[in-house]
Unconditional design. Structure first.
Ligand code: PNW
Length: 449
């Protein structure tokens, strides 16, 4: 048994996160267009065992059961993502009513259970038709994204008040366009940099569209990692600073400060037009942070195509994915953000945190992981960082991108042959942990908005 969690501030929002392509399935239904992940997962050799999101958790049909699981768990919020190709099958033009209808039903079902819906507009499933025109390498994609955001907020904005524009633009740029391990599978290395600027521009334009439609809370979700140099020599220290700039500051600085870190501003050059940074730094109500682990960085080898080299962190337990478990890294990250951005740092929501574990429902490993990281968040709050929410990745086992169904991140186990959902030990643990973490154990949550 672990000690009960400490009390979190009044109104602190506990939730679960998922993403459209990872759980929905039903890829041909109700006029959904093709996304880059359909193309990528159906291309030989791209995903483990050739797994695809064709069926995934069949959440498109089983969402009432999944919402019942959320309600029973006792969380106050649910972060999901909206599939752009359901709303605009070719990425632009008139919205597809049947696609929007699904999210309409989902939102109503959540509100009926008193769960705050927190949709993310882009969690990597770009319409293939836009990829055919260059994807995020094309500046026009930013404007298309804002149009798409307008269509969604027009339909859902009367009930949805809190919005996330992009999920982890660093991971989409790095894995999707630089290394090629995710869709669209480009291997541009440092030439992928325009993808950062165009996503950020899309974020800023969408944030303005959302706010114009009355959204009360607009966020972006950045994947952040505290970076430590592998050693004390100058090569390692410089490489760590460069990595920190690419992974963290490239996405936090323009949004919070309205500028790019120096050498990246130089590298972006004319791509950044007059007025772009003003759009990108449209004030946010909160910043979403996804945290999984810290990163250790050393000087690059002689033939390295990149100015840094990632190194394993030794001496910690590792998840099924091989990621080191370092809860204190989350406290360090949060207090570090506060130091770096000061008054420019808005309130924070941890929009993803979690781990993959060995198959089975007895997941003490996940219980320890979540317990440690919730305490780490609490430590950061005690140190003065304004953290308002924490979302577990993930509610369900799901399609873990290039790793297919092999990595299990769910509080709830999914049998992908039968679609049977079985709550794990961690689900039961969180259910009771929330009772002590919330003031008075009250099930009363702030209403939507
Ligand atoms: C996040 N990395 O992705 C995503 O937002 C989720 O969709 C995903 O399922 C979850 O984390 C678990 O992986 C990441 O290589 C993918 O550093 C890769 C990395 C980080 C986050």
């Amino acid at each position: 048994m672990v000690d009960p969690l400490p009390l979190f501030p009044d109104g602190f929002l506990f939730g679960c996160s998922t993403a459209s392509y990872q759980i929905e399935g039903a890829v041909h239904e109700d006029g959904r267009g093709r996304s880059i992940w359909d193309t990528f997962s159906h291309t030989e050799g791209r995903t483990l065992n050739g797994d695809t999101g064709d069926v995934a958790c069949d959440h498109y049909h089983r969402y009432p059961e999944d919402i019942a699981l959320l309600a029973d768990l006792g969380v106050g919020a649910y972060r999901f993502s909206i599939a752009w190709p359901r709303v605009q099958p070719t990425g632009s033009g008139m919205p597809n009513r049947a696609g929007l209808d699904f999210y309409d039903r989902l939102v109503d079902a959540l509100l009926e259970k008193g769960i705050v819906p927190v949709p993310t507009l882009f969690h990597w499933d770009l319409p293939q038709a836009l990829e055919d025109r260059g994807g995020w390498l094309n500046r026009d994609t930013a404007s298309y994204f804002a149009d798409y955001a307008s269509h969604v907020v027009t339909r859902l904005g009367d009930r949805v008040r809190r919005w996330i524009t992009l999920n982890e633009p660093i991971v989409h740029m790095a894995q999707g366009y630089a290394y090629g391990s995710h869709a669209p599978g480009r291997t541009l290395m440092l030439d992928a940099l325009p993808v950062a600027h165009h996503q950020l521009l899309g974020h800023g334009l969408a944030a303005r569209a959302l706010r114009a439609a009355g959204a009360s809370e607009v966020m972006i979700t950045n994947n952040c990692t505290p970076v430590q140099p592998a050693g004390e020599d100058a090569g390692d220290v410089t490489a760590a600073a460069v990595y920190d700039a690419f992974h963290n500051r490239l996405f936090n600085d323009p949004v919070l400060l309205g500028s790019y870190p120096g050498f990246l501003a130089d590298a972006l050059g004319d791509l950044v037009r007059d007025g772009d940074l003003a759009v990108i730094s449209t004030p946010l109500d909160a910043l979403g942070i996804n945290y999984y682990n810290p990163t250790q960085v050393g000087a690059p080898g002689e033939d390295s195509p990149l100015p840094f080299e990632l190194q394993p962190i030794e001496g910690y337990p590792t998840t099924a994915f091989g990621w080191p478990v370092v809860p204190s890294g989350l406290t360090d990250l949060l207090t570090g953000l506060r130091e770096t951005y000061g008054e420019a740092l808005p309130p924070i929501h941890i929009t993803e945190n979690g781990c993959s574990t060995a198959p089975g429902v007895h997941d003490q490993f996940r219980v320890d992981y979540l317990d440690g990281h919730l305490r780490a968040v609490h430590d950061a709050i005690a140190a003065g960082v304004d953290v308002r929410g924490y979302f577990v990745w993930s509610l369900l086992d799901n399609f873990e991108w290039a790793e297919g169904y092999s990595q299990r991140f769910g509080l709830v186990e999914v049998d992908f042959d039968t679609q049977v959902r079985t709550p794990r030990d961690s689900y039961r643990w969180l259910q009771s942990a929330l009772l002590t973490a919330r003031r008075g154990g009250s099930a009363a949550w702030p209403g939507p908005g």
